[in-house]
Design a protein around this ligand. Structure first.
Ligand code: B12
Length: 218
C-alpha cells in the first residue's frame, strides 16, 4: 500500500484500490471543489491503479477487477478532463503529433490523458487508437508529417511492437524526420535505449514538457 500524507488523498487512494466507485467520484469532486490541483488528483488515482495491478499480479484481484478499475478511472478522467484542459495554456500551435497504443496492447486510459494534456498545451494530436500496427504508424507519419510520434505501452509483451515500429520508420527513411517518445506504465530506460527512442516517460505532465522541448517551446 502506498502512503500519502494528505488525509483526503489517502481516502481517495484507498477507495480507488478497493474499487469503491461512488466514494471515488465523491472524493474527486470534493478535492476539485477544495481547489486541489487536477493533475495531483490524477496522480493519486494512477498510483492506486498500480496497486490494483499489483494485486492482480499477486492473484488477489482478477480480470474482472482490472476491468472495473479501468471503468472507474475512465469516469475520473471524464470529471478531470475539463480541468486538465484549463491547465494548459494553448497560446499557439506548437506542433503535430501522432499518438497510439502499440500493437498487442489495448490499454488506452493513460494515452487518452496524455492526448488531452498535449492538446491543451497546443499540440495537434492525431490519435490512432489502440492495438496500432507498425504500418499504421508509418502511414500516419507520411500523411500528417508530424514532428513527434508518441507510442503508449502498458504490457511488456508489446515491447516488440515498439521495436518493429521504429524499424519500419527507419526502413521508410522517416525515423530522422520525427522525435519518438514512449509513454505508459511499462516503458523505461531499457526499452527506450533498445529501440533508440528520443525519450520515455510514465508521467503525462513530464511528457508534455519533453514534447515542448522537441519543438523548441520550453
Ligand atoms: C486498467 C487496466 C486494464 C484495463 C484497461 C482499460 C483501458 N481501456 O485502458 C483492462 C481490463 C482492459 C486491462 C487488460 C489487460 N491487462 Co491491464 N492493467 C490495468 C491497470 C490496472 C491500470 C492501467 C491504467 O489505466 N493506469 C492509469 C494510467 C493513467 O496510467 P498510465 O497508463 O501509466 O498513463 C500515464 C503515463 O504513463 C502517461 N502516458 C501513457 N501513455 C502515454 C503516451 C505518451 C506518448 C505519453 C507522452 C505519456 C503517456 O500518461 C498517463 C498520465 O500520467 C494496469 C496496472 C498499472 N500498473 O498500470 C494493468 C496492467 C498494465 N495490465 C496488465 C495485464 C497483464 C493485462 C492483461 C494481459 C490481462 C489479461 N490476462 O487479459 C490485459 C491486456 C490486454 C491487452 N492485449 O492489452 C499488466 C501488465 C504486466 C506486464 N508486465 O506486461 C498490468 C501492469 C497489471 C499487473 N501488474 O500485472 N488492463
Amino acid at each position: 500500500m502506498y502512503f500519502i500524507g494528505d488525509k483526503m488523498k489517502q481516502q481517495l487512494y484507498n477507495a480507488m484500490v478497493e474499487l469503491e466507485e461512488e466514494k471515488v467520484i465523491t472524493l474527486v469532486k470534493k478535492a476539485l471543489e477544495n481547489g486541489e490541483d487536477p493533475y495531483s488528483i490524477l496522480e493519486v488515482c494512477r498510483k492506486a491503479m498500480s496497486e490494483v495491478g499489483d494485486r492482480f499480479e499477486r492473484g488477489e484481484y482478477f480480470l474482472n477487477e482490472l476491468v472495473i478499475a479501468g471503468e472507474i478511472f475512465k469516469t475520473v478522467s471524464e470529471i478531470l478532463n475539463p480541468e486538465l484542459k484549463k491547465y494548459g495554456k494553448r497560446e499557439r500551435e506548437l506542433g503535430r503529433m501522432v499518438i497510439g497504443t502499440v500493437e498487442g496492447d489495448v490499454h488506452d486510459i493513460g494515452k487518452n490523458i496524455a492526448r488531452t494534456m498535449l492538446e491543451a498545451h497546443g499540440f495537434i494530436v492525431y490519435d490512432l487508437g489502440v492495438d496500432v500496427p507498425p504500418e499504421k504508424f508509418v502511414e500516419a507519419v507520411k500523411k500528417y508529417n508530424p514532428e513527434i510520434v508518441g507510442m503508449s505501452c502498458l504490457i511488456t509483451s508489446a515491447w516488440t511492437s515498439i521495436e518493429e515500429t521504429v524499424k519500419k520508420l527507419e526502413k521508410e527513411k522517416l525515423r530522422d524526420k520525427v522525435r519518438i517518445i514512449l509513454g505508459g506504465a511499462m516503458v523505461n530506460e531499457r526499452i527506450a535505449e533498445k529501440v533508440g527512442a528520443d525519450a520515455w516517460t510514465n508521467d503525462a505532465k513530464k511528457g508534455v514538457d519533453i514534447c515542448k522541448s522537441f519543438v523548441g517551446a520550453e
